[in-house]
Design a protein around this ligand. Structure first.
Ligand code: ZN
Length: 94
């Protein structure tokens, strides 16, 4: 029997298979980045690959997840990258 790693979405708090979520990582420089490989070093958190969940990311849940003070600018930058990522994966889903 194989154990499937489960992670929680930052937005909807649902637990899902790790590979079905998008990983966000905090680099050692304190920058939040999307990590499509899931292999970058740093504190990670996860979000569903859905516009709804990405839209619901905010300073509060990101600051809490990454233990840093996240600015509004950081949030909008991160959302942009996540949306770009979603667009690539699920073209035409909009
Ligand atoms: Zn979610």
């Amino acid at each position: 029997m194989k154990k499937v790693p489960i992670r929680m979405c930052l937005s909807c708090k649902e637990r899902k298979e790790k590979k079905s979520l998008i990983r966000i990582v905090r680099t050692p420089q304190g920058v939040l980045e999307v990590d499509p490989t899931g292999k970058k070093a740093g504190r990670g958190a996860y979000v569903c690959p859905s516009r709804e969940c990405v839209n619901r990311l905010d300073r509060r849940n990101l600051s809490f997840a990454f233990r840093i003070e996240v600015s509004d600018k950081d949030v909008s930058l991160l959302r942009e990258v996540l949306f770009a990522h979603l667009g690539k994966d699920k073209g035409g889903l909009e």
